[in-house]
Design a protein around this ligand. Structure first.
Ligand code: SF4
Ligand code: SF4
Ligand code: FES
Length: 239
């Protein structure tokens, strides 16, 4: 076990845990936007900043990535932490005005509106958190989309900014996106994911007649799990 102090509380935690995990296990709130326990942490939003003290030095680290150490002293809400978080929130608010999750988090931190807007910053609902890319790669296993370009041109996209041939239409990226900026639509027997410029034929259940999932996704799961050919002829509700 590792001994550490968070916000004055002496705690014990498992070797290998991150500061964020230990804080959450102990009911200590640290805001996050690019963290999801289903995928590897990435450190994109930097909202989870905390101040650590070690060997007489203090510095800011991203708590979702930083592994705990024996004797570490952590302050999750110091003046420096709060000032940095507020500045990040102002930038996010300037980029994503009108996005509920951002506005709610900003309000919680006492930021009502950005006090400045850098000239280069265009309105965009994507916060480049990379959760969709990680879910697609680590959970689904298809790596159909990626973060491309640098600086102000950075974005999530299908290969060559065209359609995503490896996408199976599962919707995991849509589900995990914190700002809900990936647009997916089921109309009749077709699912469209507008951001990746892809359409999928949906499978019709032999019993109830409902369309329940993209044929491509079902075939992907069937092959991966070595299931019989007719396994997905019926939907989960009719099985
Ligand atoms: S819908 Fe496509 S891009 Fe999104 S997670 Fe599934 S396979 Fe990946
Ligand atoms: S599309 Fe959504 S999940 Fe993907 S990087 Fe942008 S905000 Fe994050
Ligand atoms: S949650 Fe840690 S950097 Fe985003």
């Amino acid at each position: 076990m590792v001994n550490l102090t968070i916000d004055g509380r002496k705690l014990q935690a498992e070797q290998g845990q991150t500061i964020l995990e230990v804080a959450r296990d102990n009911g200590i709130d640290i805001p996050t936007l690019c963290y999801n326990e289903g995928v590897e942490p990435y450190g994109a939003c930097r909202l989870c900043l905390v101040e650590i003290s070690k060997n007489g030095h203090t510095r800011l680290v991203t708590s979702c990535l930083y592994p705990i150490e024996e004797g570490l002293v952590i302050n999750t809400a110091s003046e420096r932490v709060m000032a940095n978080r507020k500045m990040l929130m102002e930038l996010l608010l300037a980029r994503c005005s009108g996005v509920k999750v951002i506005e709610d988090l900003a309000r919680k931190m006492g930021v009502e509106k950005p006090s400045f807007k850098p000239e280069y910053l265009e309105k965009n609902e994507c916060i480049l958190c990379g959760l969709c890319v990680r879910a697609c790669r680590e959970v689904v296993g298809t790596s159909a989309i990626s973060l491309v370009n640098r600086g102000v041109n950075r974005e999530v996209a299908a290969p060559f900014l065209e359609t995503a041939p490896d996408c199976i239409g599962c919707g995991s990226c849509v589900f995990i996106c914190p700002t809900k900026c990936i647009k997916m639509e089921d109309k009749g027997d077709i699912r469209t994911i507008h951001n990746w410029k892809v359409d999928f034929k949906l499978k019709k259940c032999k019993v109830c007649g409902n369309y329940f999932a993209p044929e491509k996704q079902l075939e992907y799961i069937r092959k991966k799990s070595n299931l019989p050919e007719d396994f997905f002829d019926t939907c989960p509700n009719c099985k």
